[in-house]
Design a protein around this ligand. Structure first.
Ligand code: ZN
Length: 178
């Protein structure tokens, strides 16, 4: 496994990948298995609770997420059900360091289907923060970032960074840095 570079929106060479629709995975091979293993390692190192392949400059529909004992690899994820009930919450993004967004609306509950890196079918039912993380990551696969979902531009807040450049944010926000 290896830690890959997480690209940020201001990256001149690769930043555009964050704004493009990622391609469907058609081959379940060693390349994909290595990508997923690296994504886990990169996400945990960051640290974050979710990571989408475009964030490591791979424009494929692959995400990993892990929150409070719940974890999933989703290749070609599709949202099957989305509750009408929404929840507002804070989000950060590893590709937009130094900022958090407040009052971001997400469905409270979702059901997602996809495949894992071996091509086996996966179905995930998620609620609350975990559902938020998955929606955030699925957005990444469509080139959508949380900053696109702000109801009010004032909800984008700059957060102070320590010497190492790690954002110092509330625990709730760091739990959703994805
Ligand atoms: Zn993100």
């Amino acid at each position: 496994m290896a830690i890959r570079k997480i690209i940020t929106l201001d990256d001149r060479r690769h930043g555009h990948i964050l704004r493009e629709k990622a391609k469907k995975v058609t081959r379940y091979d060693a390349f994909l298995e290595k990508l997923v293993a690296d994504m886990w390692e990169t996400m945990r190192d960051a640290p974050g609770v979710g990571l989408a392949a475009p964030q490591v400059a791979i424009p494929l529909r692959v995400l990993v997420a892990e929150y409070e004992g719940q974890k999933a690899v989703l290749v070609n994820p599709e949202i099957l059900k989305k509750s009408e009930e929404e929840e507002r919450g804070e989000e950060g993004c590893l590709s937009i360091p130094g900022y958090i967004g407040e009052n971001i609306r997400r469905a409270l509950k979702i059901v997602v289907k996809g495949r894992n890196e071996k091509g086996e079918p996966v179905k995930v039912t998620a609620e609350g923060w975990y559902a938020r993380i998955l929606q955030h990551e699925i957005d990444h696969l469509d080139g959508i970032l949380y900053i696109d979902r702000l109801d009010n531009p004032k909800d984008l807040k700059e957060v102070s960074e320590d010497e190492e450049g790690e954002p110092l944010v509330s625990s709730a926000a760091s739990q959703t840095t994805a």
